[in-house]
Ligand binder design. Structure first.
Ligand code: AMP
Length: 361
């Protein structure tokens, strides 16, 4: 069995590691020089939407998947007749456009913050009247890790928001004064079986994920998140791993966005679950039974951003995952995971590790 993966970054690398254990061969398409997944299989060096490279992938693989959300949908559709492509291109289409995504949440009865589509400068005034302050203006497409976002704190900010972002399609969202953020990772296989991981509680800094902890001690939230994730997986006829990110406010969940791929907030599953999100993604797309998503204790993860300090290599506890990428400010270079017996132990240890590995960043 050989699978094709569009993108050879760290997610591709972790898929590649999981594939080895399942005796699955991987082949990648990626434009960069020596990407993280290069050690896991042949990399066809080409842009993600290069028709010849994708055709070569389709011709030589049993199934094609992607680890990167900005793959042009049409490029995937062009190879669908040749090879199964999972997750389905339609799921990717919804995830790539924040307006489509929100309309989908609404259709599926998944609660979400108020929003307004922005086409003109006047629409920003209308949005402000509807959503109030603060309000966040986001590009509808190609945003990630908080990029392409402008927080409007007062009416006078509207002109700057428009000047900064107004050349592309936008959406305005109500600012959610959340208590905390969670994500729910679910997986559905070709046969329609679904498995859901315990919730992760996530902290972002400057729009980038900083830490995740799982499980979350909030059974009613976990039940709701499980239900919403199942609705997405079923409605999209989804195959593969998906992450739904949500805000928690006053005991209620509000959906922020979903990622049609394995997700940073699920990296703890490599050591913390019976079956990792990567292995289950591979099982899902290769028509295999899903593995158990039960936790092996209380898991935590700290992202290493910008650099990997020496302290991260000398920790008495925890597993360091170094993606082998060149250091650059704001770049995800690796992560550390821990698994403990209790939530208190996890929180105490994660705080110590976070202080040690991020003080140099
Ligand atoms: P996003 O790219 O939409 O996932 O945004 C990145 C992060 O910015 C989120 O995880 C939140 O921490 C924050 N954020 C985004 N949208 C909102 C919002 N409407 N209200 C409050 N915080 C937000």
């Amino acid at each position: 069995m050989r699978i094709g993966i569009v993108g050879a970054g760290q997610l591709g690398q972790m898929l590649g590691f999981a594939a080895r254990d399942l005796d699955i061969e991987c082949r990648f398409v990626d434009p960069s020089d020596n990407p993280p997944a290069a050690s896991c299989g042949e990399v066809i060096r080409a842009p993600f939407d290069d028709p010849a490279a994708l055709a070569a992938l389709a011709a030589s693989c049993d199934v094609v998947t992607y680890e990167f959300e900005n793959v042009p949908v049409d490029a995937l559709r062009a190879i669908e007749a040749e090879v199964p492509v999972y997750p389905p291109a339609d799921a990717l289409r919804h995830a790539q456009d924040r307006l489509d995504e929100k309309l989908l949440f609404g259709r599926l009865g998944i609660p979400l913050p108020g929003f307004h589509a922005i086409h003109t400068r006047d629409d920003l005034d209308t949005a402000l009247g509807k959503l109030g302050l603060p309000m966040v203006v986001k590009t509808r497409r190609l945003g990630y890790d908080g990029k392409g976002q402008f927080v409007v704190r007062e009416r006078a900010d509207l002109d700057s928001a428009w000047a900064t972002l107004g050349t592309v399609a936008l959406i305005a969202e109500q600012w959610v004064d959340f208590d905390y953020e969670v994500s729910c990772i679910g997986v559905r296989n070709v046969g329609g079986d679904i498995a859901i991981y315990p919730l992760s509680r996530n902290v972002h800094r400057d729009g980038i994920l900083s830490t995740s902890r799982s499980p979350v001690d909030a059974p009613s939230l976990a039940d709701k998140a499980d239900d919403y994730t199942r609705r997405l997986l079923t409605n999209l006829d989804y195959v593969g791993t998906l992450a739904l990110e949500l805000f928690v406010r006053d005991g209620e969940l509000l959906a922020n966005e979903f990622a049609p791929r394995v997700h940073n907030s699920g990296h703890w599953t490599i050591e913390g679950s019976d079956t990792s999100q990567f292995e289950n993604h591979l099982r899902a797309i290769t028509n295999a039974p899903l593995g158990s998503t039960a936790s092996r204790g209380h898991a935590g993860m700290v992202n290493l951003i910008g650099q990997i300090p020496d302290a991260a290599r000398a920790l008495p506890h925890g597993v360091l995952h170094d993606y082998g990428k060149a250091p650059r400010p704001g770049r995800k270079l690796g992560h550390i995971t821990i698994t403990t017996r209790t939530g208190e132990e996890r929180d105490a240890l994660l705080d110590i590790i976070e202080r040690n590995v991020t003080q140099y960043a």
